[in-house]
Write a protein that binds this ligand. Structure first.
Ligand code: SF4
Ligand code: SF4
Length: 296
């Protein structure tokens, strides 16, 4: 049977700027401050910023690399086979003028071109995609951060490495990348529960609908936090009611929250009621999770 105390929660939103890192960092703080061994994994690897809110000692940096082909032009006959085998259009070739080049940004490291080349003109080299940084915040808390290098086409390999490094048998909070594309899917696929953060505006609703559709296809259990409640209109509330989606928490629009957050200060550190609300939400999620574990 799956251990109900072991839970992975992804915090996601269909677009950036809705407050998912606000929730992820404050939930992480509230959990470890109240005696729960917790790991926060910042999977927003193109723009990780959770570390801003915590003092912690960097205790490990793991480079994330990918094999990409290297073509020896002296051995190449410019037959074009590697170009044909590449599903990602990552090999540029102009046989009449003997030009061939691997476009490393597009390469997925699948190795098909190596198999295609019968001349032995292709070998592999390692390209650095980014790093995974692991910080010890205190004996109960660890923060693992995926950080993709500048100009790297996809953050997915770095996210995968961060998730692997952050693996734990306790509580894991994953701050997911915005959107519903591959980086989002890579993060939420291993989650036991997904918290979607939205705001009560037409844009918020549109992005929320996309996230909900994706999570339903993935058969994930999820609930919604409405951030900046009091702005916009009631359409998000009506949508949640019509779709029978749990509203986990509402966070009112408050200049004090925005001001503390933009100064790198956790609201849960300043306001005990924030901790209480987040821990109450966490208990609800754990109860869902426990009942689903016992049913399996
Ligand atoms: S490794 Fe795969 S993706 Fe990269 S160039 Fe070769 S065939 Fe294309
Ligand atoms: S398959 Fe080999 S020989 Fe042919 S074009 Fe590619 S690198 Fe050159």
């Amino acid at each position: 049977m799956i251990d109900p105390e072991e839970i992975k929660i992804a915090i996601a939103s269909g677009k950036g700027g809705t407050g998912k890192t606000l929730i992820a960092t404050n939930l992480f703080y509230s959990l470890y401050t109240n005696g729960n061994s917790t790991t926060l994994i910042d999977c927003d690897a193109e723009e990780p910023n959770a570390k801003i809110f915590f003092n912690g000692e960097l205790n490990k940096t793991i480079p994330v690399t990918q094999k990409v082909p290297f073509i020896d032009v002296d051995r190449c006959t410019f037959c074009g086979k590697c170009h044909e085998y590449c599903s990602y259009n990552a090999i540029f070739i102009l046989p009449p003028v003997k030009i061939i080049q691997v476009m490393e940004d597009l390469c997925h490291g699948c190795g098909a071109c190596l198999i295609a080349c019968k001349e032995g003109a292709i070998t592999e080299k390692d390209v650095l995609l980014g790093n995974v940084n692991s910080y010890r915040i205190n004996p109960l808390a660890r923060l693992v951060e995926g950080r993709t290098g500048i100009g790297i086409f996809s953050p997915v390999p770095v996210i995968k490495a961060a998730l692997k490094e952050g693996r734990t048998d306790q509580i894991t909070i994953m701050d997911a990348p915005p959107g519903t594309s591959c980086p989002f899917i890579q993060t939420v696929v291993s989650a036991d529960y997904v918290i979607l953060v939205t705001e009560p505006t037409p844009f918020g609703l549109s992005d929320l609908k996309q996230s909900v559709e994706t999570l339903r296809i993935m058969n994930k259990t999820f609930g919604v936090i409405i951030n900046r409640s009091g702005i916009g209109n009631l359409d998000v509330y009506n949508y949640l009611r019509d779709e029978n989606i749990d509203l986990l928490l509402e966070i009112p629009y408050d200049r004090m929250i925005a001001s503390l957050y933009s100064s790198g200060i956790l609201i849960a550190q300043k306001t005990i009621s924030w901790q209480e609300q987040l821990l109450a939400m966490m208990n609800t999620i754990k109860a869902y999770h426990a009942s689903s574990c016992y049913q399996r």
